[in-house]
Design a protein around this ligand. Structure first.
Ligand code: GLY
Length: 397
């Protein structure tokens, strides 16, 4: 019997969509060789509609705010369903500047945030240190953003996997080679690397930066996503004497970095933003730059143990907004291009995907983020459009 939906890609978007769909009573499979171990694993888990607001992106900012509003109930429902703590912390974010130019950039961003009616408060250097005592004495000032929170992305993945299993999602540990279609070009299912086929009424492509590489359909029907590499470090600290207790985003001589504290005292330190294609190597220079900038803001990180350096590939899109909607192939949908906001937008995207699978329109505010908004053949297309297996494997170090 055909399934209602197959999710191609088991990152936070695919797992969230599959869980919500199965909970709605739909029959669902997720295909991924290593679910949850792509960009969603490397991520820091910031839920940051305000500190991810950029000039010229007002429509996207409204979406990010709606995404953040959806998080508390999503987290509560996931924790209740699974009995797992996902580390959703309403901790707020401190934004800090190391020098006067950095301070000026943050002041400009504050003006932008206020013009969007976002909640942020300008702080002097000493007010920053009151908020985050571990900051270096030289920090010039910054802002407090009370509504930018975080979730422990790895706990989130574990909970989503359990929620999927509990609700009957079929987790297929394999790679998709191509979409299968009828003579009328509508999608019927997916062919796996072992040549077996799984059929469903709806196929949802949610393989992050690799979504544009799928075979079986013309390349120009696929969303034009590209990989944007982010190197992220993890540092082990003390749970009883944490170095910081809220997210710190800093500008250090024009370079940005962030430090996200976890309940166990560890810190997630990120991130580079590099256009290098499908390259997951961690270069020494990236690690050096991140550590150098972070210790300029918070000297105490020198005492922490460096336990992990990884690179993830964000799914970038031409306008930094996600693609959530139908492709031109009947029965074939996509949910990708979430770029820096995949974790934040996962609950909202999951709701939209369920709506689509049951035959309803994509709800607001995602209705304006369909695939039709992009001019075909633009620079946002993935570097290669040749057919190849989709994999969201953990980068190996
Ligand atoms: N959302 C943070 C990042 O993409 O680095």
């Amino acid at each position: 019997m055909d399934l209602d939906a197959i999710f191609v890609g088991g990152g936070v978007i695919g797992l969230s969509g599959a869980w919500r769909a199965a909970r709605r009573g739909l029959s669902v499979a997720v295909v991924d060789p290593a679910p949850g171990h792509g960009a969603s694993w490397v991520a820091a888990g910031m839920l940051a509609p305000v500190t991810e607001a950029h000039f010229g992106e007002e429509r996207l900012v409204s979406l990010l705010v709606a995404g953040a509003d959806r998080w508390a109930s999503f987290a509560a429902e996931l924790e209740e369903t699974t009995g797992l703590d996902i580390g959703y912390q309403r901790c707020g974010t401190a934004v800090v500047a190391l020098d006067t130019s950095d301070r000026a950039v943050i002041d400009d961003l504050l003006e932008l945030q206020w013009s969007f009616h976002l909640d942020s408060v300008r702080l002097s250097g000493s007010q920053c240190r009151d908020l985050v005592p571990a900051l270096a004495p030289g920090v010039r000032g910054g802002a407090h953003v009370p509504g930018d929170h975080q979730v422990d992305n790895r706990r989130l993945i574990a909970a989503l996997l359990r929620a999927c299993a509990l609700s009957g999602v079929d987790l297929v540990a394999s790679e998709v080679v191509e979409v299968t279609t009828r003579v009328d070009r509508s999608a019927t299912g997916v062919r796996l690397i072992d040549r077996s086929v799984i059929e469903a009424s709806t196929i949802v492509l949610c393989a992050g930066s690799e979504t544009g590489l799928l075979g079986g359909v013309p390349p120009d029907v696929l969303p034009p996503v590209r990989p944007v590499k982010g190197v992220v470090l993890r540092l082990r600290g003390s749970a009883s004497v944490p170095l910081v207790t809220r997210t710190v985003r800093g500008l250090v001589h024009g370079r940005s970095c962030y430090l996200v504290p976890r309940a166990d005292g560890s810190l997630v330190l990120g991130a580079t933003s590099e256009e290098r294609g499908f390259d997951r190597t961690v270069q020494a220079g990236a690690v050096h730059a991140l550590l150098d900038d972070a210790r300029a803001l918070i000297p105490g990180i020198d005492e922490l143990e460096l336990v992990e350096c990884m690179a993830g590939l964000r799914p970038g899109s031409p306008d930094n907004g996600p693609f959530v909607g139908w492709t031109e192939v009947p029965g074939l949908a996509a949910a990708t291009g979430h770029f820096r906001n995949g974790i934040l937008l996962a609950p909202l995207t999951a709701d939209a995907l369920v709506a689509m699978v049951v035959g309803n329109p994509v709800p607001d505010p995602l209705s304006g983020f369909g695939l039709g908004r992009v001019i075909r053949g633009g620079s946002g297309h993935a570097a290669s459009t040749s057919a190849r297996p989709i994999s969201t494997r953990t980068p190996e170090r």
